[in-house]
Design a protein around this ligand. Structure first.
Ligand code: ANZ
Ligand code: ZN
Length: 818
């Protein structure tokens, strides 16, 4: 059959691939091939695969299949991130168990992945909601607990009123729940945390080594999220209070310009300091502040608010009395929850001063207008003024000097602060990993012994899962009440589950030995495969998953379990698939269904469209691309392979083929290789299209289908296409007389002799006589050719000065009139 029928090819090859299983990673210890580890961020099983999946997996598969063709021993696993809220919400709605929805969706997605032809090693498949997986979350929790890296503390936490659970800082976006969009409120709760702040410096410093492999914007987002800030702690006496209050400042050089003092309104300190007369005003103000998110509180354009606390702080360097205020623009959980306000050089302080009529004193002379009058604080460089011993110094000199002075007097010291907070781990929801802790009235927090793991979830379903502010696990009384592993007395299980980001922080290590029974992963196997050479996924994980996974890797490194400190050497963030310039959404009605696209155009055409649309980082507007055109191209490629296969036998000597076509083929090999190495996949596809056209021309109006060069072009095309359109490539390969499968037959290598650029001979005449012949490129410009001709020794020896006239007929003739 000469017709290209994508659905028929899918029906033919998918079952054969399942049988052949060509993408199993080599497990032999003596397998000498160099190894590569490709990992796609694993999917969440919320229904069938969507267009976004279609894009990311198509792009990652180009790289993985390229590595297979290059002869690497490739690990390319797949699994599911299968705990989480949507399953639970669906279960409540349908009065079912979350597992039913979850595993049904996993099956759907697995089937779709197989149809989509992604080069996975299916034998390593894992699901984080399997007890055999989450058992190791618990085991790792125990290790973190032993090291003091998992701890419980009380404090104000982010609470989503709709999902009825706490959220990590990373899950609060612009004051709203990352999942459901509800406005997040603050609640006082005792919760489990991972001590990621212990690793802040290393998380920051090790990013230097990722500069070449990671997108700049992700590095910038992580640096900003960790937010290392260098400055000084300065102690201020408060009149009528024994204890001094410490503030953190990045500008200790401006200490002489501090004219008032501000305490975070919601900090304990505010009521400690407050005079009795001002307490009612403070209480009223606090009630207002409690309604705001951090983002709103910190917004620079927000009208400043605050209350005077009826007290004075004393500036440690000049003894000046400064009124103490409480305000919401100072946060209780950053620095020390109190600041010295320098209105001349800090805009927020200036706004506050102007609102409440507080003094403004310039201490850095910048040459700009007086902030008290202009309303614009000056933060730039300048010389110090009004600052006693600092006068005349630059900003940097003054920072060094004042820090010394404070240290000598014992009222301050250099200090570093981070924006990063510890990772809040506890969730008051059902469908997650139970925290393996037993609370004993006598022994306190007792980890469930390793040999009793996993602590599996009790069998709750439907209404029992409805959010009620405490974990649904608390209602499973039999499950909750246990005896203490230490003293045997009556005790209770912790009823919270872990943030599902714990699951995704180490799954890529589990892939190396997914059935390992003696630990989270086989250290030897991770040594073999790790770290991941190429990680691919969405930029929305820039500060969540990617930061947590880096943290876990470092902890595991410190435990001696992995020998690297960064999990992902290279990171690719694919763009989004949008439609008509907008994100796809139900309300806009611009959704495109991946399954429907595949039914209409075939897997290969959809994959090729995804890869051909543009650079992998760019968004794809589905309204601007044409899967129909992709399908037409694949039909052309199919016919070239079919006709070449029918007209000649495999194994012929290509060297006897048509040289012009051979040159095109080998130049294509050379260029496509280079383009793939630099991740310019869309341009690589364009070159494949050109090769197809060249082969077509050779068949129709050149040496004909039987020419060995046509077969060479068709075989080259098949291997290249196998990265993007595996079905048509596999079929073409078979029609070219080769047998299954094309998946790892080897990447073609260009013959240098065929890469030599064509040249033409240019005649150079002086006064009508031929004086030289030059070999030049056919595409040479007239200006270049003239320069070349005038530079020739043979020509110059016949010239006495500048020529009167030069007539250039590129590329064949230069005529010089002396
Ligand atoms: C005096 C000063 C003068 C400041 C000046 C800045 C400019 P980063 O870079 O984010 O670390 N600050 C300190 N603790 C704060 C808190 N809990 N809430 C809100 N603001 C706080 O910012 C550090 C600066 O933010 C500190 O330096 C302090 O203001 C303020 F010309 O101190 B600065
Ligand atoms: Zn006990």
């Amino acid at each position: 059959d000469e017709q290209y029928d994508p659905q028929a090819l899918q029906a033919k090859w998918q079952p054969r691939w399942e049988e052949l299983d060509p993408f199993r990673a080599g497990e032999d210890a003596d397998d000498e091939r160099p190894r590569r580890y490709m990992c796609d961020m694993f999917p969440y099983p919320s229904g069938d695969l969507h267009m976004g999946h279609g894009e990311v997996f198509a792009i990652a598969d180009v790289v993985a299949r390229y590595w297979f063709q290059l002869g690497y021993n490739v690990l390319h696993p797949i699994g599911w991130d299968s705990f989480g809220l949507p399953a639970e919400n669906a279960a409540i709605k349908r009065n079912a168990h979350p597992a039913e929805w979850t595993y049904a969706n996993i099956d759907t997605q697995a089937t779709s992945f197989k149809r989509y032809g992604i080069s996975f090693d299916w034998s390593r498949r894992l699901h984080t909601s399997d007890p055999e997986y989450y058992r190791w979350n618990q085991w790792l929790f125990n290790r973190f607990f032993e090291r003091g890296l998992a701890y419980r503390k009380g404090g104000l936490v982010n609470w989503c009123p709709k999902d009825q659970t706490v959220l990590a800082n990373e899950q609060v976006v612009a004051g709203r729940c990352e999942r459901c969009g509800s406005e997040v409120i603050r609640r006082e709760l005792t919760q489990w945390y991972f001590k990621i702040t212990d690793y802040a410096d290393r998380l920051l410093d090790d990013m230097d080594g990722l500069e070449d492999g990671w997108p700049d914007r992700v590095l910038a987002m992580q640096r900003n999220w960790i937010g290392r800030s260098e400055g000084a702690d300065v102690q201020f006496e408060i009149e009528g209070r024994d204890e001094p209050v410490t503030v953190y400042t990045t500008r200790p050089d401006t200490l002489y310009g501090a004219t008032f003092f501000v305490v975070a309104a919601d900090a304990q300190l505010a009521e400690e300091i407050c005079s009795p007369e001002q307490l009612p005003a403070l209480e009223a103000y606090r009630a207002e502040v409690a309604k705001l998110s951090d983002i709103e509180r910190l917004a620079t354009d927000k009208e400043k608010t605050g209350v005077f606390l009826g007290r004075y702080a004393v500036n440690p360097v000049n003894g000046e009395r400064m009124p103490v205020w409480a305000a919401d623009y100072v946060l209780s959980d950053y620095g020390h929850g109190a600041i010295m306000a320098v209105p001349a050089h800090d805009q927020r302080d200036l706004d506050f001063a102007l609102k409440f009529d507080l003094p403004v004193r310039v201490v850095v002379h910048t040459g700009l207008a007086d902030p008290g009058e202009s309303g614009a604080a000056t933060a730039g460089e300048g010389r110090l003024v009004n600052s006693g011993p600092l006068d005349g110094l630059s900003k940097a000199e003054a920072i060094t000097r004042i820090t010394e002075i404070l240290r000598e007097r014992g009222t301050g010291k250099a200090s570093v602060n981070y924006r990063l907070r510890d990772w809040l781990l506890s969730r008051q929801r059902f469908w997650g990993t139970p925290i393996p802790i037993i609370h004993c009235p006598d022994c306190g927090e007792v980890p469930v012994p390793d040999d009793q793991l996993p602590v599996t979830l009790p069998d709750l379903r439907g209404e029992a899962l409805a959010p009620k502010g405490v974990s649904p696990l608390a209602s499973a009384t039999e499950w909750v009440n246990v005896s203490c592993p230490k003293c045997g007395g009556r005790a209770q299980r912790d009823t919270d589950t872990m943030d599902t980001f714990v699951d995704s922080s180490w799954y890529f290590l589990r892939y190396c030995s997914p059935r390992f029974e003696n630990g989270a992963f086989d250290v030897e196997q991770v040594r073999r495969w790790g770290p991941i050479d190429q990680y691919v996924g969405g930029v929305e994980h820039a500060v969540l998953h990617l930061l947590y996974a880096r943290f876990f890797t470092k902890v595991l490194h410190d435990m001696g379990m992995v020998d690297f400190t960064e999990p992902f050497l290279r990171l690719l963030n694919q763009g989004q698939v949008i439609n008509q310039g907008k994100s796809m959404s139900k309300s806009l009605g611009n959704g495109v269904d991946l399954g429907e696209q595949i039914d209409a155009f075939g897997v290969d055409a959809v994959r090729l469209t995804m890869v051909f649309a543009g650079p992998p980082e760019d968004d794809i507007d589905w309204a601007d691309v044409s899967p129909a055109a992709s399908q037409k191209f694949l039909a052309r490629a199919f016919r070239v392979m079919t006709e070449a296969g029918a007209a000649s036998a495999s194994g012929v000597d290509f060297a006897t083929g048509d040289v012009e076509l051979r040159k095109v083929t080998h130049r294509t090999i050379e260029e496509v290789t280079r383009l793939l190495d630099s991740y310019r996949f869309n341009v690589a596809v364009a070159r494949m299209m050109e090769l197809t056209s060249a082969a077509r021309k050779a068949i129709d109006s050149g040496p004909g289908a039987a020419d060995p060069a046509v077969r060479e072009a068709a075989e080259t095309l098949a291997v290249m296409l196998s990265l993007v359109a595996p079905y048509v490539a596999e079929e073409g390969w078979e029609r070219l007389g080769h047998g299954p499968t094309i998946s790892r037959v080897g990447w073609p290598v260009a013959e240098p002799a065929l890469l030599v650029q064509d040249s033409v001979t240019c005649v150079v005449q002086v006064a009508g006589k031929v004086r030289d012949r030059l070999e030049v490129a056919p595409s040479i410009s007239a200006a270049d050719l003239e320069e070349l001709a005038l530079a020739s020794e043979k020509v110059r020896s016949h010239l006495t000065g500048a020529p009167r006239k030069v007539i250039v007929r590129a590329p064949k003739l230069v005529n010089i009139v002396p």
